[in-house]
Ligand binder design. Structure first.
Ligand SMILES: N[C@@H](CCC(=O)N[C@@H](CS)C(=O)NCC(=O)O)C(=O)O
Length: 217
């Protein structure tokens, strides 16, 4: 048994929830063809696995707990190089890969701690509305900064889909949502549309992050 009581022979376990940051992890495991199961958690139970009370978390087949979406995605891609989901350490694309994984995590994803629950920092409804407006503008700005610095081919780092594409695709579906993203980042817009349409992910998107009415904003 691993330290979390999961048998060593178990598949990966993703602690997550539909529509959240666990979806790019689920997508990476799907593309890599790795067996996994999702442990769907309610908000009150987030702390059961992650002391930060956040998802996603990943439990490896050896029973190790990994938190932080960027770390999980980079580690998965590195430990399963045969899946080709990230540039290898000696690759000329490696530095930019790490740069943008860290950027998406720290400059954009981190803002959802306040955006998802503005009352964490805002004292009344008017302040909450301002927080929503200003975080939307900040997120739009960060996407436009990234847009100006990347030169996508079919995907962000070349002609192969990878974990960075999955990360950007899922986060750009969150508020202020896709219409804002398409306008702020037209080159990256083509990439995320390609990832939305990736046949190997069709079933996952349908189950875990469906394209419902008005999903683009
Ligand atoms: N730095 C973390 C952020 C994770 C995060 O904010 N997850 C959201 C769900 S998408 C969450 O758990 N929110 C609840 C909270 O922060 O209280 C990561 O990259 O994994």
């Amino acid at each position: 048994m691993g330290s979390l009581g999961i048998k060593v022979a178990d598949p990966y376990v993703v602690i997550g929830q539909a529509g959240t940051g666990s979806v790019p992890v689920e997508a990476a495991l799907t593309l890599a063809g790795l067996p996994y199961r999702v442990e769907e958690v309610r908000a009150v139970d987030f702390g059961k696995h992650n002391p930060m009370r956040q998802i996603p978390a990943l439990v490896t087949p050896a029973g190790e707990l990994i938190t932080e979406s960027a770390a999980i995605l980079i580690w998965l891609a590195d430990i399963h190089p045969e899946a080709g989901l990230a540039p290898r350490i000696e690759s000329p694309e490696r530095a930019q890969f790490l740069r943008w994984m860290a950027f998406v995590s720290s400059a954009i994803y981190a803002l959802y701690w306040i955006r998802d629950l503005p009352s964490r920092l805002a004292a009344n409804e008017a302040q909450e509305a301002l927080v929503r407006e200003r975080t939307a503008e900040r997120i739009r700005h960060c996407w436009s900064v990234m847009e100006a610095q990347v030169s996508p081919v079919d995907y962000l780092l070349g002609d192969r889909i990878g974990v960075l594409d999955l990360y950007v695709t899922v986060l750009s579906r969150w508020g202020p949502r896709r219409k804002v993203f398409y306008e702020a980042a037209p080159k990256m817009a083509e990439v995320v549309r390609r990832v939305d349409a990736e046949p190997r992910l069709a079933a996952l998107w349908a189950e875990r992050f469906p394209f419902g009415e008005g999903w683009e904003g």
